[in-house]
Structures are given as structure tokens and as C-alpha cells.
Design a protein around this ligand. Structure first.
Ligand SMILES: Nc1ncnc2c1ncn2[C@@H]1O[C@H](COP(=O)(O)OP(=O)(O)OP(=O)(O)O)[C@@H](O)[C@H]1O
Ligand SMILES: [Mg+2]
Length: 448
């Protein structure tokens, strides 16, 4: 039987809580002060601590910070006095969840049912580490590079908590797959994972799509309609391209996150929700705030746990593994056994992948269709093929040159190689056309 330690200086609240938690199949012990809590913990290590934030002999957070071997003890904060800010802070420090006072029985049950299951989750995560070493795979994600392993570490750390995750990264880096993986290793994994692309729903419909509507609430609303929030109940809601959500709706979303309840369009009745939010954008969030595309307060609330997925060019070590796996996948469905010809993988590895993993996947697919049994480099788009072109000219760099000098010479040599085509040059250099133009203008003014 799992064991719970309940810490609260309000003795009435404590005994009520004790009854509720015992009814959920926990053995319990109770404490009214930090000192007592420490004593109880020394007697028996709890699987979960339900912890009031404000205690007579100090801040509940202090106890939480010296909970040893956090691997085995989960902390849920109970807070009456604290604002949402404190709860966000607690989640950042690693609390699995928080409850607002007066404690809502349904919410408490939901949290306890999730908290009491960590052993099998831990076993799965352990197995995952093994797979990573032998197959280069972490759940649905492939890759062994240092950069992607950092992402795995973060997923592992955040998955089991209730924290909201904010995923950033260029287009095609795997943000949605990362979101799905966070869900797969969370306590919510047997509940739905629902992905919503905020950019793909018309601004007029997005509110009713998210929150649902009552019959007759607007023209065309002929039935009651459950929104994504209700459908994701108990699970995870992935809000992709969050900066495309209309600003008025961002205000509503923030309110829902803070209150844990929402209303269907055309209804005055609050519906409680137990949904974990993961949001993503391929834009720089601070710039999106500056451009008025993302509300700062919403960003702050979503960014309890920020997770950046690095571009593929920063994990070139994974390209061959990804390419082979994508080819294997197609071979499996098509029942063929095509393989890469010598040189093709080298070209793939040296290319800079502006469209990231998605581009790699698409290019493999196209090459598969073009190839007979062997995927030669000439089945690849010319810019990829040329990235491993041993006939490309070299230029020597003298040690002692400045970086800007080397940059200037590389840019001009590439421009020459591309016969003055600036789009191609920028692409080959992996910079934006604007950057290229700026550099060329600088060089002109320097030589003038
Ligand atoms: N590490 C990975 N291992 C295996 N497949 C991957 C990996 N990363 C991405 N993919 C695959 O690449 C494609 C793009 O990934 P995904 O849709 O998650 O990217 P995204 O960052 O959400 O892109 P966008 O910003 O355009 O929405 C998908 O088909 C996904 O399965
Ligand atoms: Mg996406």
C-alpha cells in the first residue's frame, strides 16, 4: 500500500484530508509543523507528500527542498494563501502538482490516482534508457547526439509532473513528437493526447473548437459540441502554433489555466478540467510577445517548463541514423529492401537541413521513389547532393585570420561557386537571404 504524509497546520483540514486520502488506498501519517514532518519522514519514507505551503515554523517549500531521493517521493503542494505564481514556482522546482484550498475532492482523487502509479512508469523509463543505448531510440524519438540527449533528459524530468511545457524549435525539428513523448511518459499516458494546430482553425471557430458550445449558441450550432478541452480530459492537450491563437482567446485560455475550469460557448456553467497543456511555436517567443502575437502573461504561465528542440544541423550525428530508419520504415511498408549507395549518406550528413527532420524524411521518401535498388546521391535534390561534392573548390584559411575575414572569403567564394545566385548561396551557407544581403552590402561599403 502506498504511503502518504499530510502536512498542514489547520487540524480540521488535516483530519478531513486524512480521511479522503486513506479512502483512496493510502496509509497515512500527519504533521502540523515542518519539524513534525521531518520526524514522520524519518520514520517512514512517504510515496507522496501533500504539503501546505504556509506552516508555523517555516515555509513548506523548505521541507520540499530537502526531500531526499526525490526519485521515490512525489510532492503535491496544497495552497490556500499562495497565488498561482507560487504554484508555478513549485512546479518549476519539481512538485508534481498542486491543489488549491479548499481541496476539491475530484481533483485530489485524480492527482492521487496518478501519483500512486510511479513504479511501472519508472520501470518503463528504465527500459527506455536501455533502448537508447542499444537502438538509439527514446520512445518515438530517434537520435543519440548530445543535443538530443539533453532533450531526452528534460522530457524525463518533466513528464511525470503536472507542469505545463512550452516547446520551441524551428519548423520540422520534432516538436509534436516531443510533446507526444512527454505524454507517453506521464501519468496521463492512458488518457487521450489531443493535438490542435491553432493556425489551422479559423479565428471564428477556434473558441468553440477549444471549449465546445451549447446547442443554439450561434447560427449553425445545431447540437451540443464537446471542445478539445473536454475531449482531452485526464490527458494532454497540445496547442501547436500558439502564436496563431487570436489574442482575445489567449486571454480566455490564461483564465482557464488559472481557474482550472472553463465554460462552453453559450453556457454560463463552469466545467472543471484536468488537462495538461503543452504548447509549441516555431517562432522566438520573446519576439512574438514584442510583435503582439503572444500575450506575455500567457507565455509566462505556459513556460513553467521551457523545452527547446535543437535544429537538425546541430545534431548532424543523428542524420545517418534517422535516414536509415526512415528508409527501413518505407521498406517495411512497401516490402522492399532498397539501401543507400556509397556517398549518399555522406551527402545527407553534410547537408545543413533548413527544413530539419521533416525535410530529411521527405527527401528520403522522394529518393526511395526515384531509386531502383540503390539510393544513389543523384536521387537526392541537387543542393543535398552537392553538399558532399569533393569537386567543390577549397580555400585556405591562415591561422591568425579573424572570423569576419574568413566569413567574408567564404561568402564570396560560395557566391562565385553559385554563379552569383544569391538564393542558392544563402541556402548553401545556411543563412537567411537577408543576412547575405546585409553582408554583401557591408563588403561593398568597406571596399568603397
Ligand atoms: N527525433 C526524431 N525521430 C524520429 N522522427 C522524427 C524525429 N523528429 C522529428 N521526426 C519526424 O519528423 C517529422 C516532423 O516532426 P514534427 O511534426 O514533430 O515537427 P514540428 O517541430 O512539430 O514541425 P512544425 O513546426 O512544422 O509543426 C514527423 O514526421 C516526425 O515523425
Ligand atoms: Mg508541429
Amino acid at each position: 500500500m502506498p504511503h502518504a504524509l499530510l502536512v498542514d497546520d489547520d487540524t480540521n483540514a488535516l483530519s478531513a484530508l486524512n480521511t479522503l486520502v486513506a479512502r483512496e488506498g493510502f496509509t497515512t501519517s500527519t504533521a502540523a509543523t515542518l519539524r513534525e514532518a521531518r520526524e514522520r519522514m524519518a520514520e517512514q519514507r512517504p510515496d507522496v507528500v501533500l504539503l501546505d505551503l504556509v506552516l508555523p515554523d517555516g515555509d513548506g517549500m523548505d521541507l520540499f527542498q530537502n526531500v531526499e531521493s526525490r526519485d521515490n517521493t512525489e510532492v503535491v503542494l496544497i495552497t490556500g494563501h499562495a497565488s498561482v505564481e507560487t504554484s508555478v514556482q513549485a512546479l518549476r522546482l519539481g512538485a508534481v502538482d498542486y491543489l488549491l484550498k479548499p481541496v476539491n475532492v475530484k481533483q485530489l482523487k485524480a492527482i492521487l490516482s496518478r501519483v500512486s502509479r510511479p513504479p511501472d512508469l519508472k520501470k518503463e523509463i528504465g527500459a527506455l534508457r536501455g533502448e537508447l543505448r542499444s537502438l538509439g531510440r527514446f520512445g518515438r524519438l530517434l537520435g543519440t547526439s548530445e543535443a538530443i540527449q539533453k532533450v531526452y533528459d528534460q522530457i524525463e524530468r518533466v513528464a511525470t509532473s503536472a507542469a505545463t511545457v512550452f516547446i520551441t524549435g524551428e519548423s520540422g525539428t520534432g516538436k509534436e513528437l516531443v510533446a507526444q513523448t512527454v505524454h507517453d511518459f506521464s501519468r496521463r499516458r492512458k488518457q487521450p493526447f489531443i493535438a490542435v494546430n491553432c493556425g489551422a482553425i479559423s479565428p471564428q471557430l477556434i473558441e468553440s473548437e477549444l471549449f465546445g458550445h451549447e446547442k443554439g449558441s450561434f447560427t449553425g450550432a445545431v447540437h451540443d459540441h464537446k471542445g478539445y478541452f473536454e475531449r482531452a480530459s485526464g490527458g494532454t492537450l497540445f496547442l501547436d502554433e500558439i502564436t496563431e491563437m487570436p489574442i482575445e482567446l489567449q486571454v480566455k485560455l490564461l483564465r482557464v489555466l488559472e481557474a482550472g475550469a472553463f465554460m462552453r460557448v453559450g453556457s454560463g456553467q463552469q466545467i472543471e478540467v484536468d488537462v495538461r497543456i503543452i504548447a509549441a511555436t516555431n517562432r522566438n517567443p520573446q519576439e512574438a510577445v514584442a510583435d503582439g502575437k503572444l500575450r506575455e502573461d500567457l507565455l509566462y504561465r505556459l513556460q513553467v517548463f521551457p523545452l527547446h528542440v535543437p535544429p537538425l544541423r546541430e545534431r548532424a550525428g543523428d542524420v545517418a541514423l534517422l535516414a536509415r530508419n526512415f528508409l527501413d520504415e518505407i521498406n517495411r511498408t512497401e516490402q522492399t529492401s532498397k539501401i543507400f549507395a556509397p556517398g549518399a549518406l555522406e551527402s545527407l550528413v553534410e547537408y545543413h537541413w533548413p527544413g530539419n527532420v521533416r525535410e530529411l524524411k521527405n527527401i528520403i521518401h522522394r529518393a526511395y521513389i526515384m531509386a531502383d535498388d540503390l539510393l544513389h546521391a543523384d536521387c537526392l535534390p541537387v543542393e543535398v547532393e552537392k553538399s558532399h561534392d569533393v569537386t567543390s573548390p577549397f580555400f585556405q584559411v591562415r591561422v591568425g585570420s579573424t572570423i569576419s575575414e574568413v566569413e567574408r572569403r567564404l561568402i564570396l567564394a560560395t557566391l562565385q561557386q553559385c554563379n552569383g545566385n544569391k538564393e542558392k548561396t544563402a541556402e548553401m551557407l545556411g543563412v537567411s537571404l537577408k543576412t547575405l544581403y546585409n553582408r554583401l552590402r557591408e563588403y561593398e561599403s568597406q571596399s568603397a
